[in-house]
Design a protein around this ligand. Structure first.
Ligand code: ZN
Length: 257
């Protein structure tokens, strides 16, 4: 359905009412307000989640995007100034209440489009509660899970996790003017304490989930190698992510519950 805007915040209630006669999918972007090394903006995850969601919705033409959650669970980044953190139960409750309001109006398929790994456990907990209380809805959480093939092929740094090769590339591609290029540097990394405590988008093999503070691992807050970043890598990553998210949203639009 062609809309003036696919962002709920720019529509009026009769637009939403008309949309709901034909469609039932909504994307809730979730970000963070946390340090992104000396060279990337603090709102990187919040900006990216909203930007990506709107691009995919404009392409799919069958979903709306809710106003984003711009704060997340960032306790492990609190050693760096500018970081603001919610506790996991607060994010869980916020995500839950936003979804429940949208469900009351007739949305039946909810996608939390999440740009920050630290939010994933709280969002999955919210998703479980939403589903348990509303058996006839579909809830999904995407935390950069749509392009594993691209990451495997194009990202060289195995331990790349935060403000490194991947995230510096994606920010060069969508907000180059906010990248402080002269501060891009490979950090001193103190690797996690044992062979089962691995981190990074490309890490495979036996591992446990563990609690850490970023400062224990990296002096600058960067985990990865941003000197390997490029605008081209970022443009390719965004192109593929937008295509796949739009495709997922179109699938959900057609899906029978
Ligand atoms: Zn980030």
């Amino acid at each position: 359905m062609k809309m003036r805007s696919y962002y709920l915040g720019e529509l009026a209630w009769p637009d939403v009412e008309a949309f709901l006669t034909q469609h039932d999918v909504i994307v809730i972007p979730v970000g963070s307000c946390e340090q992104h090394g000396p060279h990337l903006p603090i709102d990187t995850d919040a900006f990216d989640a909203f930007w990506l969601s709107k691009k995919a919705a404009e392409r799919a033409e069958c979903v709306l995007v809710a106003p984003p959650i711009n704060y997340g669970v960032s306790m492990h980044h609190m050693d760096f100034p500018g970081t603001v953190s919610l506790s996991p139960p607060t994010l869980e409750q916020l995500a839950y209440e936003i979804a429940i309001s949208l469900i009351k109006h007739g949305f039946k398929k909810i996608v939390f489009e999440n740009a920050h790994g630290g939010n994933t456990p709280a969002l999955l907990a919210a998703a479980q509660r939403i589903k348990a209380e509303n058996p006839k809805v579909f809830v999904a959480v995407d935390s950069v899970n749509l392009i594993p093939d691209y990451i495997e092929k194009e990202i060289e740094t195995v331990y790349d996790a935060h403000s490194g090769e991947f995230e510096t590339s994606t920010t060069l591609a969508n907000r180059e003017e906010h990248v402080v290029k002269e501060r891009i540097a490979k950090p001193q990394i103190r690797f996690p304490p044992c062979k089962y405590t691995k981190m990074g988008l490309k890490e495979r093999g036996p591992k446990v989930s563990w609690a850490f503070r970023i400062k224990e691992i990296s002096s600058t807050g960067v985990v990865g190698d941003p000197t390997k970043a490029s605008k081209e890598k970022g443009e390719e990553a965004w192109k593929l992510t937008i295509e796949r998210l739009a495709d997922l949203l179109k699938e959900l639009d057609k899906m029978e519950l």
